[in-house]
Design a protein around this ligand. Structure first.
Ligand code: G3P
Ligand code: MG
Length: 246
């Protein structure tokens, strides 16, 4: 039997909870998601923290670049009220906080290295160190739009899965991925057309498109048996997957 398409909760269950918070991750697990996608940046004092943007301005009540704030300073910020008053208790999680919780779960974890705008020297090493410390190498996929980061990951660790992130028409990405030591393709939804999915399957290369929030797109990708989808709405995706396998 071919393995069914996995459902990764994009920034956690970010349709219903503030993105990249423990609330969003725990809600995804409760909904029955197979995995999480999280975004990692580095604090001023070198702590890997989970936040999508390079600044805290959009998703907290604070201001400034993550790279200019210490972990302690980041911890004082409210990372939930921007989404809804009910989440004023939410903070910016450290990667370590997530991994400690994840040890007791069976979820896969896709950590996106946000090294496209700020380069964060040493981030790859800091992330791998934590994954090894919590013995989660076999459940983690590291991805990045900055493919130099993926090369660094491969130099630091021979087997941890890496995935190239891309938005537009990369030619024969399964071949290109090999040149940076990556095993899989994380492409934007419009790129994931049947022709690409079929050719990637021929090349034995997993594809996990983002961000798949429409039921019709979920259905098409489940039917195409792609490796996984990333969605803000894991609960709905689970329903759609169940409906088509009935
Ligand atoms: O990793 C997939 C996706 O999260 C990439 O884009 O901007 O949502 O982090 P973004
Ligand atoms: Mg991301």
């Amino acid at each position: 039997m071919t393995q069914q398409t996995l459902i990764f909760a994009h920034r956690g269950a970010s349709g219903t909870y503030p993105e990249n918070t423990m609330d969003a991750y725990k809600a995804a697990a409760e909904a029955g998601a197979d995995g999480l996608e999280v975004d990692v940046q580095l604090s001023k004092d070198g702590v890997p923290v989970l936040i999508h943007d390079e600044t805290v301005n959009r998703t907290t009540n604070g201001e400034g670049w993550v790279k200019d704030l210490t972990y302690e300073e980041l911890q004082t910020m409210d990372a939930g009220s921007w989404f809804h008053d009910d989440f004023s208790h939410a903070t910016i999680p450290s990667l370590e906080e997530l991994l400690i919780w994840l040890r007791g779960q069976s979820l896969y974890l896709n950590i996106e290295l946000k090294t496209g705008i700020v380069h964060y020297p040493g981030i790859e090493n800091a992330v791998i160190k934590l994954i090894k410390q919590y013995d989660l190498i076999d459940r983690v996929i590291l991805s990045s739009f900055n493919h130099y980061s993926l090369v660094t990951v491969r130099q630091l660790h021979p087997t941890i899965e890496t995935a190239i992130l891309f938005m537009e028409g990369l030619y024969e990405p399964w071949d290109y991925a090999k040149t940076v030591g990556a095993q899989s393709l994380h492409c934007s939804l419009p790129v994931a057309v049947p022709k690409l999915l079929m050719a990637a399957a021929e090349a034995d290369t997993p594809v996990r498109p983002f961000t798949v929030n429409e039921r019709s797109h979920m259905k098409a990708l489940f039917q195409a048996k792609c490796a996984a989808i990333m969605t803000d709405w894991p609960e709905q995706a689970l329903q759609v997957r169940e409906e088509i396998t009935k």
